[in-house]
Design a protein. Structure first.
Length: 348
């Protein structure tokens, strides 16, 4: 047993330090990024925000909407041929393939579903191999096997939170490593297992490890506001993945629950009892739930939410003098704080 005494930080523990800027307006900030991935050699350009592969977020309607902003969506693992047909039939351009990742786990059934989809729809370029615990030896081996089978696909793999495992996954064939254990709004892993890592520090350390090998990372989870998304990029993330911030919109589907005054949609974690009941016939006897179900206020279109997020990031860039999103991390100095904002009239 050992204790690491070095301080580790979450997004709520820091603020950007403002700096002189030559930018006259937020309008001048360019949020597009261009990447070329380590193994697939794929070149990609867009706004590097990804909708999480969670029920109500990683859905066809969300993918269509975010693609119009040149943002990505990782579809849930349960999407089948019918869903993909619906996505492609309602999209007027082939560019949708650049902004959608097909997801799978490591089970035989999940991998088989992915293989069937990629055989029928080979234009999809991104594979998201998603498990709660990316530290098993089996997971690294699985990533290697997928890399051998799909040498030209861009592989996303996770989740992990430390530099050593980031390097392990990259060396196993991952182009992009997904970083985050326990920071999500409906994730209870830290309570149920006592395992986790403060998200800002995880992003800082994993980004450094991945970039040293010519790979990329996704900061997955922990964002509660546009400022947190900007902090993820400021800490070195190449992409930021959002779940709760994009949940509750009409594009995500789901049953609308109404009371006397408001409408709600249920949102739950991917490892929750509800998700296991819906997709796997119930929670296995050897497992416990590591997610919760909440009701969130129903919001109509994603347009307003997306514009709010992008506007916040642009504003962050102007405060620190970064004319492009690429330069944000180079312009970033974080200040440790005990309190982010004045909440005398309630939280935002």
């Amino acid at each position: 047993m050992r204790i690491e005494e070095e301080i580790k930080l979450d997004y709520s523990d820091v603020l950007f330090r403002p700096k002189r800027s030559t930018l006259k307006s937020r309008r001048e900030v360019n949020l597009n990024r261009k990447y070329k991935f380590k193994y697939s050699k794929l070149s990609w350009e867009g706004v590097p925000i990804i909708a999480s592969n969670m029920d109500g977020v990683g859905e066809v309607g969300v993918a269509k909407k975010l693609a119009s902003f040149k943002m990505m969506t990782a579809l849930t693992k349960q999407h089948d041929d019918k869903d993909i047909n619906k996505l492609l039939a309602s999209t007027s351009t082939n560019s949708i393939h650049n902004f959608v990742a097909l997801s799978c786990g490591t089970s035989k059934d999940s991998y088989s579903r992915l293989n069937i989809l990629l055989k029928k729809y080979p234009k999809f370029k991104f594979i998201c191999i998603d498990v709660a615990n990316g530290y098993s030896e089996n997971f690294s081996h699985f990533v290697s096997e997928v890399r051998k089978k799909y040498p030209t696909k861009t592989i996303i793999a996770g989740n992990v939170v430390t530099a050593d495992m980031t390097q392990e996954l990259v060396l196993s064939g991952a182009d992009i490593v997904k970083v985050g254990i326990g920071p999500g709004s409906v994730c209870t892993t830290r309570i149920q297992t006592g395992v986790g890592y403060p998200q800002l520090s995880a992003v800082l350390e994993c980004a450094d490890a991945a970039h040293g090998l010519g790979a990329h990372i996704i900061a997955d989870g922990g964002c509660t506001s546009p400022g947190d998304v900007a902090k993820g990029f400021g800490a070195g993330a190449d992409f930021v993945m959002l779940g709760g911030m994009l949940a509750g919109h009409k594009e995500g589907g789901g049953e609308i629950i109404k009371d006397e005054e408001k409408s709600y949609i249920e949102f739950y974690g991917s490892s929750s009892e509800e998700a296991n009941e819906k997709h796997y016939g119930g929670l296995a006897s050897y497992r416990s739930s590591e997610g919760k179900k909440v009701r969130i206020k129903y919001r109509s279109s994603l347009d307003k939410t997306v514009k709010d997020i992008l506007g916040g990031i642009r504003s962050s860039c102007t405060y620190v003098g970064a004319p492009t999103l690429k330069q944000l991390s180079k312009c970033t100095t974080f200040v440790r704080v005990n309190n982010q904002y004045n909440d005398v009239f309630g939280k935002v």
